[in-house]
Design a protein around this ligand. Structure first.
Ligand SMILES: Cc1cc2nc3c(=O)[nH]c(=O)nc-3n(C[C@H](O)[C@H](O)[C@H](O)COP(=O)(O)OP(=O)(O)OC[C@H]3O[C@@H](n4cnc5c(N)ncnc54)[C@H](O)[C@@H]3O)c2cc1C
Length: 351
């Protein structure tokens, strides 16, 4: 069998890259071992234009957000699913300092920040002694539904193999690769944090990061918003709420931890006034990078091997934009942005 590209991994990176490559008339085969504890299946799916304790705009959000909206809405139509929701973050300030930081940003960030004129509106549901602000618009993507629907579509066309990729079966030739029975122009790794163990990419400055969330039943909480006070409460599939997350840099395994569960339960008991029940606890590793920018492109010394990775905490907004840019680059060699191209690591990638 011969195809243009083999893609390893069908998280949000592999989903978007296979989508754009197919759309542009290429042939692809995706090899992905389904693992429910991957980053994309664990993520809450938020695209929030504002970040951090100083309430600043996230990198490139003016380009990323409209692109993502268009991409997810197009996929909704093509796959006949509902995955895109425009919403707001109701930001209950966690301290006087956070309240002051929010209010000092208000005059200069009118596009995304505002205050609620009905400050008492949430009195019966939350405890919020330091006030409340609103971040809007914020997008919420149902990644689980998208990944499952795209997987089914690929499987129906025999374009997805649900097995592990094994490096010892990969052979490189001057202008092609062979993986078992499949020949291709190139193989592209969209395998999340597992790429940090591949000899082609293990020198890239990955900064693996663990995140956990509790899945809750909160029957009385209105589902049209995301609520935040240190942790976020996000409307999740099956009428559940996603409560998280942590950002752990040092850990022994990527399993749910008792420490996170106890801490989050205590936080919820202080903040949330409505009855809740913990139904599940999930955890995954984020493919984060030291300089918080993605890794995109063909290897400078093995141009038959590529990568779309390092999406960190922002897979939902970064994946559509940079998968599209990478697919164009593969076809027309249109240059990639220097900040995301792996050619910025040419020196350290030298074999
Ligand atoms: C708790 C948590 C909350 C998050 N919340 C958000 C959020 O609200 N918004 C946001 O934008 N981002 C969020 N993120 C980050 C987001 O999840 C990631 O940026 C994104 O999912 C990374 O996608 P990926 O496709 O690169 O990797 P992954 O999702 O890890 O996908 C990699 C795929 O490759 C497969 N694979 C790996 N190795 C092999 C192999 N050898 N053979 C075959 N298949 C293989 C895996 O099974 C998997 O399917 C969150 C992450 C976590 C952990």
């Amino acid at each position: 069998m011969e195809v243009d590209y083999i893609i390893v991994g069908q998280g949000i990176a592999g989903t978007m890259l296979s989508y754009y490559l197919l759309q542009q008339g290429n042939t692809v085969v995706v090899r992905d071992k389904y693992q429910p504890n991957s980053a994309s299946y664990t993520a809450s799916g938020i695209i929030n234009p504002i970040t951090g304790r100083r309430f600043v705009r996230t990198w490139m959000i003016e380009s990323l957000m409209p692109f993502a909206e268009n991409a997810y809405k197009t996929l909704e139509k093509e796959l006949n699913i509902q995955i895109f929701q425009q919403t707001q973050v109701i930001d209950f300030h966690a301290s006087t300092q956070m309240h002051l930081a929010f209010n000092s940003r208000l005059p200069e960030e009118k596009e995304y920040l505002s205050i609620s004129y009905q400050n008492n509106q949430w009195n019966s549901a939350f405890n919020y002694p330091f006030g409340v602000g609103i971040i809007s618009p914020v997008y919420l993507i149902n990644l689980q539904k998208l990944l499952t629907a795209w997987r089914k579509k690929l499987q129906a066309q025999s374009l997805l193999l649900d097995t592990f990729f094994q490096l010892n079966h990969l052979q490189l030739f001057p202008e092609s690769i062979q993986y078992k029975q499949i020949k291709a122009k190139a193989i592209i790794f969209c395998n999340g944090i597992q790429a940090a163990h591949l000899p082609y990419f293990n020198k890239l400055p990955f900064a693996p990061n663990k995140g956990e969330a509790l899945l809750l039943n909160i029957p009385q909480l209105p589902r049209q918003f995301i609520y935040k006070q240190g942790i976020s409460l996000v409307p999740w599939q099956d009428h559940l709420w996603w409560a998280g997350s942590s950002y752990e840099w040092s850990y022994n395994n990527h399993l749910p931890s008792e420490t996170f569960r106890t801490k989050t339960e205590q936080q919820l008991q202080k903040w949330l006034l409505l009855p809740f029940e913990i139904k599940a606890h999930i955890a995954a590793e984020r493919p984060a990078t030291i300089e918080r920018r993605p890794f995109v492109g063909l290897h400078p010394y093995f141009p038959q091997v590529g990568i779309l990775n390092g999406l960190g905490t922002k897979g939902c907004s970064l994946a559509p934009f940079f998968a599209n840019a990478f697919s164009k680059h593969l076809i027309t060699r249109e240059p990639l942005l220097p900040e995301i191209s792996i050619h910025r690591f040419q020196k350290i990638l030298k074999p």
